[in-house]
Design a protein. Structure first.
Length: 123
């Protein structure tokens, strides 16, 4: 039986929506699963805009959490950014996020830009 979706109001609903999105993300265009995917993308996006699920951690930890949420590896971020070495340095607190990285990772990981712009310590 298919779940009927409503506005996402809490982390539990959000988690269910993310899980279902992963199941239907490659659905054939114009199929029922594709329509559900589009609806889920909208609902997830709206919930993320209000920051309902973002923990209060530094930008790098937030990136790592979202990578885990979406099943991404550092290679996926490197593919988006274009430089594996720089991504590795950033994830290991050796180099600060650049404005380009903030823009790309914000979109890829669905993190508000403001959350990635917070100051943090390099090691």
């Amino acid at each position: 039986m298919k779940k009927q979706w409503f506005l996402i109001e809490n982390d539990s609903d959000y988690s269910l929506a993310l899980t279902r999105y992963q199941e239907v993300k490659n659905a054939a265009k114009n199929s029922e699963d594709h329509k559900e995917k589009l609806l889920l993308a909208h609902l997830i996006s709206e919930y993320e805009k209000i920051g309902g699920n973002l923990p209060k951690v530094d930008p790098i930890e937030l990136i790592k959490i979202r990578m885990d949420d979406f099943g991404f590896k550092s290679a996926d971020l490197a593919k988006e950014y274009g430089d594996k070495g720089t991504v590795s340095k950033v994830l290991n607190y050796k180099q600060a996020l650049s404005l380009t990285m903030i823009r790309k990772f914000s979109k890829l990981l669905r993190i508000p830009v403001e959350a990635l712009m917070q100051a943090y310590e390099l090691r």
